[in-house]
Ligand binder design. Structure first.
Ligand SMILES: [Zn+2]
Ligand SMILES: [Zn+2]
Length: 173
């Protein structure tokens, strides 16, 4: 979904759309339902958007996948990339808007929405607050019950070390 900046009328544009967003190469696209308002002031373009998307995230501890609904709410200003380095930098620092650039008089709404979705996805996600995670030694999902690896419970930081020890032992034999 691309928009030509000179085509944006004075009264602005409004778009409601379902946009497929692919967060990484291996994932299926998820559909973002967005409502977007686009305003133009000369070459400056202001985009306001709200929307909703449900993304698939992996639990940071047990790697189980779960669906995470996200609300999108953004307000971003776009300037032409050409010549932007020289002009108006002082003006811009006073602005509290997020600032981005567009090229060749063209704005790719799908790309803009994707960036916003990426910003909205938390760095760490847990399937539940008290997720026990995986055993560092045997990989068992500890939410389903304990495994027999007692020594690992004491200090998970030593796990890579004992793994190394074990692989060294295996090599000698
Ligand atoms: Zn989990
Ligand atoms: Zn274990």
């Amino acid at each position: 979904m691309k928009i030509q900046v000179p085509d944006i009328p004075e009264e602005g544009l409004q778009h409601e759309a379902d946009l497929p967003v692919t967060l990484n190469r291996h994932a299926r696209p998820e559909i973002a339902h967005v409502f977007i308002k686009i305003f133009r002031y000369g070459k400056r373009v202001l985009i306001e958007g709200t929307g909703r998307i449900t993304v698939t995230v992996k639990c940071s501890r047990c790697l189980k996948e779960s669906a995470l609904p996200l609300d999108l709410n953004f307000r971003e200003e776009y300037l032409p990339a050409e010549g932007s380095e020289k002009e108006g930098e002082q003006e811009l620092t006073s602005s509290d808007l997020d600032l981005s650039y567009y090229r060749d008089d063209e704005l790719d709404i799908a790309e803009i929405v994707k960036e916003q979705v990426l910003l909205a996805v938390p760095m760490k996600t847990l399937c539940r607050e008290d997720c026990m995670g995986l055993c560092l030694a045997c990989g068992k999902d500890l939410n389903e019950g304990l495994c027999g690896c007692k020594e690992m419970e004491t200090d998970p930081r030593l796990a890579p070390l004992s793994k190394l020890k074990e692989s060294l032992k295996g090599r000698k034999e």
